[in-house]
Design a protein around this ligand. Structure first.
Ligand SMILES: NC(=O)c1ccc[n+]([C@@H]2O[C@H](COP(=O)([O-])OP(=O)(O)OC[C@H]3O[C@@H](n4cnc5c(N)ncnc54)[C@H](OP(=O)(O)O)[C@@H]3O)[C@@H](O)[C@H]2O)c1
Length: 270
């Protein structure tokens, strides 16, 4: 019997790398995608004894990136059982200080690519009355974050889209799940300024991936890994918005020196 197939974007590092491993450990074949081929080869070596791994190098920051990935997936001829939209990038600093290329890349990777991949792969899942979409959002999906405004807004999009989609898909046999991690030890947040402040909220990428897998398999709509993160999100929903945006900006500025946006580092504002 053919194994089910999970397509994981951003599988070359961090949460995506761990998600791919967790799917492999749970009986899935993999199609993994990112820009760094050597990292994907390493992943294929790590899980090669468990499952088959197809590698697709695609830059989702380019307008044609999603189409490149979808064409390669179509050539493989394997139906996708789970789409994991994990690839994401961040930039920090006041919005007006971001480079035009950063703005375009965040919109393209975090919103456009995720939406296009979902739109194009859904019809086949619906026709087969079976499938799962796992979108990686964030705790910042729930609140504005001054100093990371575009990133937080892009993750608010992911959460809102995924929740609405889950209702649109009711009765279709297809589910959609938003995984909303708090700060997680990956390349994206490697440069921590204040460990005492950030430490209690920091998660491990593997634990986040395991929670994401379980939530996806259970058809949960929203999963926030970690008690501290759940408490913070719940607390913030009962506070005035001026207080939430003031505190989230303060926390972001004082927790990290920079966030890693692919190859470039963006400094946090003082
Ligand atoms: N770390 C956190 O604190 C945290 C918290 C909440 C949510 N998240 C979300 O979790 C997801 C994974 O983040 P992470 O922390 O694991 O980050 P990461 O370690 O920086 O990994 C990001 C992944 O996305 C891929 N990617 C980036 N730009 C791409 C592009 N243009 N085209 C294709 N792939 C691209 C990267 O691969 P290549 O560079 O090889 O292309 C890499 O595999 C993101 O959606 C992020 O927003 C992270």
């Amino acid at each position: 019997m053919a194994k089910p197939v999970a397509l994981v974007t951003g599988a070359s590092a961090g949460i995506g790398y761990e998600l791919a491993k967790v799917f492999a450990e749970n009986g899935y074949d993999l199609i993994v995608s990112a820009r760094r081929e050597e990292r994907l080869q390493q992943l294929a070596e790590d899980v090669g004894s468990l499952c088959s791994v197809d590698i697709v190098v695609a830059d989702l920051g380019k307008a044609r990136g999603p189409a490149t990935l979808l064409e390669a997936v179509a050539k493989l001829g394997k139906p996708i059982d789970v789409l994991v939209n994990n690839a994401g990038i961040a930039a920090s600093g006041p919005f007006q200080s971001l480079k035009r290329s950063q703005v375009k890349s965040i919109l393209q990777v975090n919103i456009r690519a995720l939406t296009e991949l979902t739109y194009e792969l859904l019809p086949d899942m619906i026709a087969r009355e079976s499938g799962k979409i796992l979108n990686v959002a964030s705790v910042v999906s729930f609140q504005p974050v001054p100093g990371m405004s575009l990133y937080a807004a892009s993750k608010a999009f992911v959460l809102s889209f995924t929740e609405s989609l889950s209702e649109d898909l009711k009765g279709s046999g297809v589910t959609s799940t938003a995984l909303c991690p708090g700060p997680t030890r990956t390349e994206m947040v490697a440069d921590i300024k204040n460990m005492e402040l950030a430490g209690p909220f920091m998660s491990d990428a593997r634990q986040v991936a395991q929670e994401g897998f379980r939530a996806c398999m259970g058809g949960e709509v929203v999963r926030i890994p970690g008690l501290m993160n759940q408490a913070m999100v719940t607390w913030s929903q009962y506070q005035p918005r001026w207080l939430v945006r003031f505190l989230s900006g303060l926390a972001a500025r004082n927790s990290f020196n920079s966030v890693n946006m692919g190859q470039t580092k963006a400094s946090m504002p003082e």
